[in-house]
Design a protein around this ligand. Structure first.
Ligand SMILES: C[S@@+](CC[C@H](N)C(=O)[O-])C[C@H]1O[C@@H](n2cnc3c(N)ncnc32)[C@H](O)[C@@H]1O
Length: 225
């Protein structure tokens, strides 16, 4: 088993445990009152969606972005929600059924190996990609799947550049990246920088914004051509 396989297994186990309470606990993450909904709204706006658009939500979890996406694309649009963890997708399915959306397809897959459908107008990923080992590859594949003018937006947490190390550790421990070792690795690796670079090399007109005192970032861009 490779290191990437082990990380994948650990993530699945973690999110199987979290799935049942994810919608409630995520509202308290990274701290109660954190403007997660406002950040999601910014990410969806960055996609420039139109009625009838097809959007892929990578690592969609329980589908917390779906209502915002539905509002933007309407019933003629299409959402494809992709996630690694069966239990998170089961929650997403319940959300879709409860809302009566008939234009959502849920796929259990690793974002890095996902076979994108044709005609994708936009790809979104929120609060997930910094945990995915192959994040650069995920962005390259997503960009390749987008048609001309298609847009990608990635929103996730980061460590503010000027934060003392002890405060970073405390903050990320609250977020729950995982074990102490993976937390150290997350901080040391600065995965948000890798994501920024990957977006810059695969997309045109990228924009990078630090949100909430540098505790989150939104990177977005448009496909060349
Ligand atoms: C913190 S949750 C975020 C869920 C959702 N995007 C949101 O904004 O609420 C992280 C999600 O990423 C998923 N995930 C982790 N690694 C993944 C991968 N390699 N491919 C697809 N999904 C992955 C987990 O199963 C989990 O549902």
């Amino acid at each position: 088993m490779t290191e990437a396989d082990r990380t994948r297994e650990r993530l699945i186990e973690t999110y199987r445990r979290k799935a049942a309470h994810y919608d409630v606990t995520s509202r308290l993450s990274p701290v109660p009152g954190y403007p997660q909904h406002g950040q999601r709204l910014l990410a969806v706006r960055a996609l420039g969606l139109h009625a009838g658009a097809t959007v892929v939500d990578l690592a969609c979890g329980t589908g917390l972005n779906f209502a915002l996406l539905e509002r933007a694309i309407g019933p003629r649009g299409r959402i494809v929600g992709v996630d690694l963890t069966d239990a998170m997708l089961a929650r997403a399915e319940r959300r879709v059924e409860a809302a009566g959306w008939s234009n959502v397809r849920l796929v259990q897959a690793d974002a890095a190996g996902f076979d994108f459908p044709t005609g994708v107008d936009a790809v979104l990923s929120t609060y997930a990609l910094t945990q995915v080992p192959d994040r650069g590859l995920v962005i390259a594949h997503a960009a390749a799947a987008l048609g001309p003018g298609g847009r990608l937006a990635v929103l996730d947490l980061k460590i503010p550049s000027v934060t003392p190390r002890w405060l970073s550790r405390l903050g990320v421990a609250v977020v729950g990246v995982g074990s102490s070792a993976s937390l150290d690795e997350w901080i040391a690796r600065r995965p948000w920088e890798e994501i920024r670079m990957a977006a810059r090399s695969s997309l045109a007109e990228t924009s990078w914004a630090e949100l909430c005192f540098g505790t989150a970032f939104l990177v977005s861009g448009r496909v060349r051509g």
